[in-house]
Structure formats: structure tokens, C-alpha cells
Write a protein that binds this ligand. Structure first.
Ligand code: 7RM
Length: 657
């Protein structure tokens, strides 16, 4: 394993000297404010267990209060609040009904423009009806239920209904194909699949039911029923006995439903996520600890208040959609916006129009979306009224300073703080992030750990790195309530992947990081994305940032390519603003090489620069670096490219068109 980062390569980090304190106006209304945050930090510094116990008592509604806080008997399989009982859906819905039943919980916008609103009371009623319907089919506590749906209110209803009866949901992203659905059904041994006749994306129907059928032909023997929401109205095959319409399942069901009280450790969901090797892992999350984290971080990081309209653009197929659409904001009684379709449908102004129309106050999206929209120019967002926005968030990958500055200037009107939030499927919730009313931000840094999170950066021996220019493995040194509990069916893999490296002492995130003189964290990327060029360690991310800083470059991905003399050389895939350069591009490639040389030093100059219309992205928007490495090496492609957002781009990346 190559340890990340030499002094040289972090120059850009340590010389980033732009600092953006929150405005006095924002700071004055924020919670936590500076005083509240320092109180939280000092409480946590007295002991994380007592800190989390106090938070759990204050912020969750318990059916049976817990007496045990952290159980480390089987470390690193930690347990939190284990003898307490609660129900997650009660904490997200019922607790608001008396005082805020009329408040809007969900504003749903369909791709074709229809808008539907659900108050907390209506949402509660729909969840209860569906939960009763599930029970009538025999679904019970501990059953696994696959949810394979478009981004509809019904997807949230399905998740919450599972939580209400103690069933364990596993949401499969609607963009995934039949084999992924099948693998997840089989690994989880799911009894039910909840899907729709189809979904809308860029004006076309995504055939979910057809994919589900295919998955069930090839496997999925554990599935008894498929519940199908009528949404597009397409004609679909229907298997008598096995398949049931959603509207028939809920017909005649009561709008109240006795919740299943579960232990705090009862699994709330499995979410499959890819690791660096092997098949996707079923990350298992708890009920109590997870919900506590989702609720608190929604409040702390997004400063959510009663009148906020929060739009997290993530699909519920990703952890971000779990924690910051379905669970966190609803536990706080906030209003969330959800959108079914493509961000550029019918045109690239869709996000900005929705912000304008729904008066979105807090907007949370991914750097890849920001860069894609940035590429299309300022005029589009500038033609919408974005003045309702007061806070912006970023998640999923490091955000390059150029995209950060654009987000700040063009979307945030230079008045909105940006929270760059670091976390993972495994951490459950945001771990390192600015607290927007307090933390001064720096473009490209996720700043500092939240209260109760004991992050550190350690070297190969597990010793904390010292000094300014030292980088290493990002680790979390104390268990936290929303941490994953295990990998479903594979506890050995849980221990091996996240704990074994440093003798089960720390949770190893798999990212490399630096800490600057102010104690700010800079995530350099996955530890397997690090290059070693002639003995100099380079973060691919930094070279990408340098490239993207060029006025003509919209997006870049850098990978290593084996090199006879230098060990590895830098290979850059580049997307230009406007047209892709074709014909003789030698002069422009040379210009870019020199540009990077100027920014980072000659060692970082790419040996190869290849232009493409886009980068290969997974459906969640992450660049598939492994595929790029294969292409850069000129090797045969063995990866499955069917899960790419844009498989057609591969030929272009290979330089064949
Ligand atoms: C929430 C999510 C996790 C990986 C993680 C990092 C990267 C996420 C940031 C980030 C830099 C960030 N879950 N990552 N957020 N890198 N800055 N703010 O994305 O499980 O799908 O991915 O994503 O490498 O390990 S995830």
C-alpha cells in the first residue's frame, strides 16, 4: 500500500489561503451557534459515551429508556443503547403530529412537472396504511424487504413503513440493473420486493418492474411477493399470485398502525456498497444509534429550522438519501423537496428553477453535479431567482476549489456558507463538516470533526501524524452511535475491511487526509487513488484540481499508468467546457501539461492527456477510476461497464473515436 502524499504534493492544500467566515447575519441566527457548539465539544471531550447518552435521551423518543450506553464486549462489533426500545417511524412522524401535523413534510416534483405535497399527518397516514398492508401479507419484524423504486414519495413511505413494522429495508438504486437487484435479494434473502411499473428519467421510462422480473427469473428464490406501484401506467407483465399492486395492498387499510417496538440495535436497513474488491457489501445500520446521528447531524450541519425547505438531491438508493431525505430531516420535522427526474430535463435550468419555485433554503448536492452545471455557464443559474437559498452543501467526493468558488459565487450569491461534508455509507451520517454558523470555510476542506467524532490521521504504524505537511490514513478512534454494525452475512469482512489494519483499534475509513495548521482536514481521496511518480507521492485529486483551474477545463480525472523509469506516470482524462477538442490537439495538450507543471511542480505534469465529452460515472456520480486505470494502461476492459451512467463514453476514452 502506498502511503499518501509527499510534502510536494500538498503544496496546493497548504497554500490555499482563502477563508470564508460565516456572515454575522448567518451566525446570529444559527444553531448551534459558537457558544452552543463549544458546549457540545466540551461535553464530548469529557467522554464520548456520556455525551452520546445525553444526546440520545434528549433527542430521541424512547418507548423503553436505555440503561446501557456503549457495549464493547464484542468490539469492534459495538452496540449502543442496546436495552432501549424505540421505533424509527414514530420518531420521524408521530412525534410531530400534535404540534405540526399540518406542516409540509414532502414536496414532490415529478419530472413532467406535477407537484404533490404531503403534510406530516398525510405522510403518517400513508405510511400506516402501507405498513398495515405489509403486515396483512405476513411481513414482520426482521424480514428483509428490497425497495427498488424511482425517487417518489412512495419510496420514502415504503422505507418508513418497513421501519414501522421492524422490517429491514434494503434500497437498491433505481438505476441499477437486474443482476444487482438479484445479488442483493439473494444476499439479504429478501421476502418482498417493492417496485414500480417504471420511473421517468430524461423523458424516458426506466423499466423497473421488467428489471425486477429478470432478477427474479435468475435468482431471488426467497421472494414471496412483489408489490408494484402504478406510476407510469405502462403495460407490464404481472405474475398472478406473486405480484400485487400497491393500491390493492393499501386498499381498506387503516390510517393508523401500531408500531413494532424494537431494540435500539435492531437493524433498520442494509445498504449495499462497493468496496475496492469483491462483490458489494451489505452495510448494516442500527435503529437507535443511526437515527440519533441522522437527526443530530441534520440539525447541526444544515442548521435546519421550522421554516426551512431542504433539498438534498441524492436518490434514496444512496446513503445520503437515507440520512438526509428519509430519516434526518423528518426526525427534525422539516420540509424536504424530492425530485424524480434528471437534473438537465427539460433543460439545464431544472435545479435552479426548482429552487426558485419551491423557495428552497438549504441545498445539498454533489461536486460532480456542481461541475456539470458549472460547465454550462453562469447565464443559466443567473436567470433564476435563487435568493431563497441560505446554505449550500456538498458531499460524495472532494470538491475542487474552482467548483467550490463557483458554487459560492454563482449559486450562493456569495452569501451562503458552504458545508463540505465528509462521511461514508459506513459512517451512517456526516462526520467531518463545517458547522455553518460557526466554522470559517476554506474551498476544498471539509474542515473539522463534529462533536463526538474522534477523527485522526495516522501513519503506516497507526501513530498520529505530526507536523503540518504530514498526511496519512483517516481513522475514527472511538465508536460512534451511527456507525455500521457489521457487513450482512460477513462479519469477518467487516473486521478485515475496517478494523484489522491497526489491530482493531481504529475504524479505518479508506481515505487519505491531511490536516493543516488550523487543524482543518483535507480529504485527498481513497488510498488506492494515490500515485507515486518517481518517488513523489501525488494525489490524483490535486492534479485534477489543477487541471480544472484551467479556464477551458470543466472536469478531469487522473490515474496512474505504469512507467519504466518513474514507476508511475500521470494520465489525465479531461472534459473541456464547450466542444471536445479534436484534430491536432498537441499544442493544447502541451499547454495543459505546462499549466499543471506551473501549479504543482513538474513532477505532476501528465504524460498523457486525453479529451472526452464526459467521464465514466457510476449512477451515483462517482468517477470509475478503476476503469480509467485499465484504459490508461491500454489493457483489456474486464470491469462491468453496464452499471455506468454513460457506457458509450468508453470508446472515446480509449481514444478510438
Ligand atoms: C456520503 C458518501 C464515501 C467516500 C468517502 C470519500 C468520498 C464523501 C466527501 C468525500 C471528500 C467529501 N458515501 N467522500 N464525501 N471525499 N470530501 N466531502 O458519499 O459511501 O458513497 O462514499 O466518498 O472517499 O470514503 S459513500
Amino acid at each position: 500500500m502506498i502511503l499518501p502524499m509527499s510534502d510536494k504534493s500538498i503544496e496546493s492544500v497548504l497554500t490555499e489561503n482563502r477563508v470564508f467566515p460565516p456572515s454575522a447575519e448567518f451566525a446570529a441566527q444559527a444553531h448551534p451557534n459558537a457558544q452552543e457548539l463549544s458546549r457540545l465539544h466540551s461535553l464530548a471531550s469529557l467522554g464520548t459515551e456520556a455525551f452520546w447518552a445525553a444526546q440520545a435521551r434528549e433527542h430521541l423518543s424512547w418507548h423503553k429508556p436505555f440503561t446501557q450506553v456503549l457495549d464493547s464486549t464484542n468490539a469492534p462489533n459495538y452496540r449502543w443503547f442496546a436495552d432501549g426500545q424505540l421505533n424509527v417511524s414514530v420518531n420521524c412522524l408521530d412525534v410531530h403530529l400534535a404540534a405540526a401535523g399540518d406542516r409540509t413534510a414532502i414536496i414532490f416534483e415529478a419530472e413532467h412537472g406535477e407537484v404533490r405535497r404531503y403534510s406530516y399527518a398525510q405522510l403518517h397516514a400513508e405510511i400506516c396504511r402501507f405498513a398495515n398492508g405489509l403486515r396483512a401479507l405476513g411481513a414482520k419484524k426482521g424480514d428483509r424487504i428490497i425497495i427498488y423504486m424511482p425517487m417518489l414519495a412512495e419510496a420514502i413511505i415504503a422505507m418508513q413503513a418497513c421501519a414501522r413494522i421492524g422490517a429491514i429495508h434494503s434500497v437498491v438504486f433505481g438505476g441499477f440493473s437486474a443482476p444487482s437487484v438479484r445479488d442483493r435479494i439473494d444476499d439479504a434473502k429478501a421476502r418482498f420486493v417493492i417496485t414500480a411499473d417504471g420511473g421517468w428519467r430524461a423523458g424516458k421510462v426506466v423499466e423497473l418492474k421488467t428489471a425486477a422480473d429478470k432478477a427474479l427469473c435468475e435468482g431471488g428464490a426467497s421472494v414471496e411477493h412483489v408489490i408494484v406501484l402504478k406510476h407510469t401506467g405502462e403495460d407490464i407483465p404481472f405474475k398472478e399470485g406473486r405480484d400485487l399492486w400497491w393500491h390493492d395492498v393499501v386498499a381498506g387499510q387503516s390510517t393508523t398502525c401500531q408500531p413494532e417496538w424494537v431494540g435500539a440495535e435492531h437493524p433498520l436497513f442494509l445498504l449495499y456498497t462497493s468496496g475496492s474488491t469483491g462483490k458489494p457489501k451489505g452495510v448494516q445500520h442500527s435503529s437507535g444509534g443511526y437515527l440519533l446521528g441522522a437527526k443530530l447531524t441534520s440539525k447541526w450541519v444544515f442548521d435546519l429550522k421550522r421554516d426551512d425547505v431542504f433539498w438534498c438531491t441524492a436518490d434514496i438508493g444512496w446513503v445520503t438519501g437515507h440520512s438526509y431525505v428519509t430519516y434526518g430531516p423528518l426526525a427534525n420535522g422539516n420540509t424536504v423537496v424530492i425530485y424524480e427526474g434528471a437534473p438537465t430535463f427539460p433543460d439545464a435550468g431544472r435545479f435552479w428553477k426548482m429552487i426558485q419555485d419551491h423557495k428552497v433554503t438549504v441545498f445539498y448536492t454533489a461536486p460532480t453535479a456542481i461541475r456539470a452545471l458549472m460547465k454550462l455557464g453562469d447565464a443559466i443559474p443567473e436567470s433564476y431567482d435563487l435568493s431563497s437559498l441560505r446554505l449550500l452543501g456538498s458531499v460524495g467526493e472532494p470538491i475542487n476549489p474552482e467548483a467550490w468558488m463557483w458554487y459560492h459565487r454563482v449559486i450562493g450569491g456569495e452569501r451562503c456558507p458552504i458545508v463540505d461534508t465528509w462521511w461514508q455509507t459506513e459512517t451512517g451520517v456526516i462526520m467531518i463538516s463545517p458547522v455553518p454558523g460557526v466554522t470559517s470555510t476554506k474551498p476544498g476542506s471539509c474542515t473539522k470533526p463534529l462533536p463526538g467524532v474522534e477523527a485522526d490521521i495516522v501513519d503506516e504504524e497507526g501513530e498520529p501524524v505530526k507536523g503540518l505537511d504530514a498526511g496519512g490514513y483517516l481513522v475514527i478512534k472511538k465508536p460512534w452511535p451511527s456507525m455500521l454494525r457489521t457487513i450482512w452475512n460477513d462479519n469477518a469482512r467487516y473486521i478485515e475491511t475496517y478494523w484489522a489494519k491497526f489491530g482493531n483499534r481504529y475504524y479505518v475509513a479508506g481515505d487519505s487526509a491531511h490536516r493543516d495548521k488550523d487543524g482543518y482536514y483535507w480529504i485527498m481521496g481513497r488510498i488506492d487513488d494515490v500515485l507515486n511518480v518517481a518517488g513523489h507521492r501525488l494525489g490524483t485529486m490535486e492534479i485534477e484540481s489543477a487541471l480544472v483551474a484551467h479556464p477551458r477545463i470543466a472536469e478531469a480525472a487522473v490515474v496512474g499508468r505504469p512507467h519504466d523509469v518513474k514507476g508511475e506516470s500521470v494520465f489525465a482524462f479531461v472534459v473541456c467546457k464547450g466542444e471536445r477538442p479534436t484534430g491536432d490537439t498537441k499544442a493544447f495538450r502541451e499547454e495543459l501539461r505546462n499549466w499543471v507543471g506551473e501549479q504543482l511542480g513538474a513532477i505532476a505534469k501528465p504524460d498523457d492527456v486525453r479529451f472526452a465529452d464526459n467521464l465514466p460515472k457510476t449512477r451515483s456520480g462517482k468517477i470509475m477510476r478503476r476503469l480509467l486505470r485499465t484504459i490508461a494502461r491500454g489493457e483489456e476492459i474486464t470491469q462491468d461497464i453496464s452499471t455506468l451512467e454513460n457506457p458509450h463514453i468508453v470508446e472515446q476514452l480509449r481514444g478510438r473515436e
